[in-house]
Design a protein around this ligand. Structure first.
Ligand SMILES: Cc1ncc(COP(=O)(O)O)c(C=O)c1O
Length: 305
């Protein structure tokens, strides 16, 4: 999806012109994937722009950096304020995507990056839909999800995303919209950039963190909304077979929001159309992120005074 460029990018405390936000070719993160990032959305409301779960995303960024041992000393407040300032400076009033990244800079060519400079950048740009479709055909990937014994899936780390890229490109080559990765045990993990849920007889299940999933913030929101609606939802291992026999399957993610999956590996899921539970959750989620539902307003940060 092409980017609609904004004017400025926030880099290490200053605003730089979009085309001037550059790094050295020997940047450690470019060679070895030593960086952590976030994907955050801002939504247009009737009279403002709101950022969805900004603090939770920035907390995850800080945790990811800790896990990869990237020393960085910006506080949660500084990260959140920089994001708000960036949206204001760019005068973004439409729904947008926000991409903070913390990465190891140029300091040498070795793997050991002790003492190398650490940079933080935040980009934000107008953004609408991630998937060009309202319901997806997907495949199970031949690539397995990374697991804790080699790379920590809990870190939203740049290097981890090679796993997601391989799966996503394979899906494309197979003519489908997205891939579902199984974990090292062969049970369901998640999409290349989304968590996954299956619905059977009105009960929802989603793989737990021990199935190598990223602790998605949308996933957490879906769990909360389902519980508030009195829909039974559990975190437990999900088998590949369950995908094929489920009444409904859907993805959740900041970019993907809540997107129904109607075909997996050429098999129709449920009625081959968005299911009822998915539709209910998707409708509530869309209203929650735009401030329509009072009890979820605590998830939102207003950009303009
Ligand atoms: C691998 C992976 N899993 C799950 C998610 C969903 O997480 P969130 O809802 O926090 O965007 C993402 C997106 O960030 C992701 O990249």
């Amino acid at each position: 999806m092409p980017i609609v460029e904004a004017k400025y990018i926030w880099m290490d405390g200053t605003f730089v012109q979009w085309n001037e936000a550059k790094v050295h070719v020997l940047t450690h993160g470019l060679h070895y994937g030593t960086g952590v990032f976030e994907g955050i959305r801002a939504y247009k409301t009737e009279d403002n722009l709101v950022i969805f779960r900004l603090e939770d995303h920035m907390k995850r960024l800080i945790r990811s950096a800790k896990l990869i041992q990237i020393p960085f000393d910006l506080s949660l407040k500084e990260l959140c304020n920089a994001t708000i300032e960036l949206l204001r400076k760019n005068e973004i009033r439409e729904s947008a995507y926000i991409r903070p990244i913390v990465f190891v800079g140029y300091g040498g060519i070795g793997l050991d990056y002790s003492g190398f400079p650490i940079s933080t950048a935040i980009s934000a740009f107008p953004y609408a839909k991630y998937f060009g479709k309202s319901a997806l055909n997907v495949c199970t990937s031949t690539w397995r999800r990374i697991w804790d014994a080699s790379l920590p899936p809990q870190a939203k780390a740049c290097g981890n995303y090679l796993n997601s890229v391989l799966a996503r490109m394979e899906a494309r080559a197979r003519g489908v919209d997205e891939a579902i990765l199984l974990d090292h045990n062969g049970t369901v993990s998640e999409g290349s950039g989304e968590n996954i849920f299956v619905v059977q007889d009105g009960e929802i299940a989603t793989p737990p963190q021990s199935s190598s999933v990223l602790a998605g913030i949308t996933r957490d929101s879906v769990i909360k909304i389902a519980r508030d609606e009195g829909i039974s939802i559990v975190e437990r291992p999900v088998s590949r077979a369950e995908l094929y026999t489920a009444d409904e399957v859907f993805f959740s993610g900041t970019a993907a929001e809540i997107t129904p999956i109607i075909q997996i590996d050429g098999r129709n899921i449920g009625q081959n159309t968005e299911g009822k539970v998915t539709a209910v959750l998707s409708r509530i989620y869309a209203r929650a992120v735009t401030g329509v539902i009072e009890k979820y307003r605590g998830w939102l940060t207003e950009v303009y005074p």
